[in-house]
Design a protein. Structure first.
Length: 277
C-alpha cells in the first residue's frame, strides 16, 4: 500500500467514525444551505466554534432572489474549501445568512476572507513601451506579492476572470514543492487556450484582489484548462493562495451582524471533536 493509499484509508476511517458520532448526536447534515430542524444540536454547540450572522449590505439587493442564491452559493463554496468537517452555511431570511465554523480558526481573518469580493483575473503583461506603440488604453499597474517586490504593467482587459475558475487544489510539483493546481471551466479553458496559443514566450499575470500572485512564462499553448502555479515560499502560503483562487466571486458585499463564540462542552465526545478541530 502506498503512502497515498494509507492517507486515503485513514481519512475514510476518520470520516466513518465521525459519521457514527454525528448520527448519535443528531448533528446537522454536511450539506450547505440545508434547513436546520428544531431538534438538531449544532456541532459548534457541542465541540465549540463560531456562528456568524451576515447580510447583504445593500437593503435593496436583499429582495433579489437570484442574487441571494448566488451569494449563498459563494459563501457555501468558500466554507467548503476550508475542509472543516461539519462546517455549514444556510440562508436564514431574505438576504441573510448563517455560517457555522467548528474548531478554533482565526475568526477575524476568516471573516475578512469570507467577505472579500474574490476579484481574480488573468492579464497579459505589457512589454516596455508597448502601450505607446499599440495605442491601448491606460495600462493597469499592479504590485506583485513575491520577494523582491515588483510592479507589472498590464493590458487592462483581462484574459479571464475568477468566474471561469472551477477549482484550485494543493498539489506537488516535480521538485516535490507545494503548488496550486488550477482547473478552469469550459469558457476559461477556451479563453486560456486562445491566449497561450498566440503568446508563447510571453508572461501572463494572475492577480487576486488587486495583487499579482504569479507571473508565469507561457512555454506552450495550454489547451486542457489546467495549470500549475508554484513559487510560494511555504505550504501555508500555497494553501492561502489555493483558498483565494477557489473562493469564487462574491456578487454583493456583505456585513456581519453578529458573531457568537461557543466553547467545547464538558461532556463533548473527544473522539469526534478532535477530528473536527
Amino acid at each position: 500500500m502506498t503512502e497515498t493509499d494509507d492517507m486515503t484509508a485513514s481519512t475514510a476511517s476518520h470520516r466513518a467514525l465521525l459519521t457514527a458520532f454525528t448520527l448519535a448526536l443528531a448533528c446537522p447534515p454536511l450539506a450547505a444551505l440545508a434547513e436546520e430542524s428544531e431538534t438538531e444540536v449544532p456541532v459548534i454547540e457541542t465541540c465549540g466554534g463560531y456562528r456568524l450572522e451576515a447580510e447583504i449590505s445593500d437593503p435593496a439587493k436583499r429582495e433579489d432572489p437570484d442574487l441571494i442564491k448566488a451569494v449563498g452559493e459563494t459563501l457555501s463554496r468558500r466554507v467548503a474549501s476550508l475542509d472543516k468537517l461539519l462546517a455549514r452555511t444556510e440562508i436564514t431570511d431574505a438576504g441573510h445568512f448563517r455560517i457555522e465554523i467548528p474548531g478554533e480558526p482565526d475568526i477575524d481573518r476568516l471573516k475578512t476572507w469570507l467577505a472579500q469580493p474574490g476579484d481574480t483575473a488573468f492579464y497579459r503583461i505589457l512589454a516596455d513601451g508597448e502601450q505607446e506603440t499599440t495605442g491601448e488604453a491606460n495600462a493597469l499597474t499592479l504590485p506583485a506579492t513575491h520577494n523582491p517586490p515588483a510592479e507589472y504593467r498590464l493590458d487592462p482587459a483581462p484574459i479571464l476572470t475568477g468566474s471561469e475558475i472551477k477549482s484550485a487544489d494543493i498539489t506537488w510539483d516535480r521538485a516535490n514543492q507545494p503548488s496550486v493546481l488550477l482547473a478552469l471551466d469550459e469558457d476559461g479553458t477556451r479563453l486560456l487556450a486562445e491566449f497561450t496559443g498566440s503568446h508563447v514566450g510571453e508572461q501572463l499575470a494572475i492577480a487576486v484582489n488587486g495583487e499579482i500572485v504569479s507571473a508565469p512564462l507561457v512555454h506552450a499553448p495550454i489547451t486542457e484548462g489546467r495549470l500549475m502555479i508554484g513559487g510560494q515560499p511555504s505550504l501555508a502560503e500555497t494553501r492561502e493562495l489555493a483558498l483565494d483562487l477557489d473562493a469564487g466571486v462574491l456578487p454583493a458585499e456583505i456585513d456581519y451582524r453578529n458573531t457568537q463564540t461557543y466553547e467545547r462542552a464538558d461532556d463533548a465526545p473527544a473522539a469526534m471533536c478532535d477530528l473536527i478541530d
